[in-house]
Each structure stands twice: as structure tokens, then as C-alpha cells.
Design a protein around this ligand. Structure first.
Ligand SMILES: Cc1cc2nc3c(=O)[nH]c(=O)nc-3n(C[C@H](O)[C@H](O)[C@H](O)COP(=O)(O)O)c2cc1C
Length: 153
């Protein structure tokens, strides 16, 4: 059995962490990419995300669903968007065949911590066992913090 790391990142913080998690766990790394990129201007993406989250919108993804047979642990990284997972992450999880798998989520945030990401992710992966979400503040964390979390995850 093996593990993979999947993540979405808009401005690079979650990508950076996901790369480290993949290295430390020897996992394959998969970036979740929406068909249409989110705007890069902060105010524009904030406005779009608010609308999408309110509507429960799920974007089409460029990323093909990976073959998860033989995978037992899925590390899932998302930025905190309005206290929620970014919609591309929810879209990916809702399309994936997750029964019997363990989802180990992590988020990066700007001071708001996990918000209701855990509750939302549990709704998106009903057939999986979902561990508590580990929050990381932007890029402010140490290797020890990552290793400590992975050791207990
Ligand atoms: C659309 C949007 C909404 C956000 N909402 C929150 C929030 O509710 N709470 C918070 O702590 N940070 C919020 N942030 C900040 C991001 O969670 C933080 O910068 C994160 O590390 C970005 O990850 P990324 O670089 O992988 O995209 C928001 C950022 C964006 C772009």
C-alpha cells in the first residue's frame, strides 16, 4: 500500500508544503488544477471564491482522477478560502473513489486556522476516514512541526 499527496494552491504556500509532505512520506505528488485558472489579483479571487463557496460550485478540473487502487493514505492540502477548502479540492475529492482510504488533510491559512474545513472535507469524502486537519500559517512553520504531525498522522 502507498500514499499520495494531492493539493491545490493559488499563491504557492500549499504547494510548498505539499512538496515537503511528499518528500518526507515518499509519496507521489499531484497538483489539482482547475480547467480555468482563478484570477491572480487578490481581490478578484476573494470575490470569486466567496460566490463559488456560497453556491457550492465545483469547478471542472484539468487533473485526471488518479488510479487510487493500491493507495491507502491520501494527504490532501488546501488553502483556507473563507474558512472552507478551495472548491477545486472539494471537486477532486467528490469525484474520487475513496472507500476504505484514510484522508490526512492539511491547510495553509492567513491567521484563521482550520475554519470549517474539517467539517466540509468530511462531507466531501464520506466513504473515507478523515483525520483532523493540520493548519499551517502561510509559510511560517518548521520542519519539526511537519515531521511531528506526520509522525502522529
Ligand atoms: C479567496 C481567498 C480566501 C481566503 N480566506 C481566508 C480565510 O477565511 N481565513 C484565512 O486565515 N486565510 C484566508 N485566505 C488566505 C489564505 O488561506 C493563505 O494565504 C493561504 O496560505 C494561501 O495558500 P496558497 O498560497 O497555497 O494559495 C484566503 C485567501 C484567498 C485567496
Amino acid at each position: 500500500m502507498s500514499s499520495i499527496v494531492v493539493y491545490y494552491s493559488h499563491s504557492g504556500n500549499t504547494r510548498c508544503l505539499a512538496q515537503t509532505v511528499a518528500e518526507r512520506t515518499g509519496s507521489r505528488l499531484i497538483e489539482i488544477e482547475p480547467e480555468t485558472d482563478y484570477p491572480s489579483a487578490y481581490n478578484d479571487v476573494v470575490r470569486q471564491a466567496k460566490k463559488e463557496l456560497k453556491a457550492g460550485y465545483r469547478p471542472q478540473l484539468k487533473t485526471a482522477e488518479p488510479d487510487l487502487s493500491g493507495v491507502d493514505t491520501i494527504y490532501v492540502g488546501t488553502p483556507n478560502w473563507w474558512s472552507s477548502p478551495a472548491p477545486p479540492v472539494s471537486a477532486f475529492l467528490e469525484n474520487a473513489e475513496l472507500s476504505g482510504k484514510t484522508v490526512v488533510p492539511f491547510c495553509t491559512h492567513g491567521g484563521g486556522g482550520v475554519g470549517h474545513i474539517e467539517r466540509d472535507l468530511k462531507k466531501s469524502c464520506r466513504s473515507a476516514s478523515v483525520r483532523p486537519v493540520k493548519p499551517f500559517y502561510g509559510r511560517i512553520y518548521s520542519q519539526d512541526e511537519i515531521d511531528g504531525w506526520l509522525g502522529n498522522a
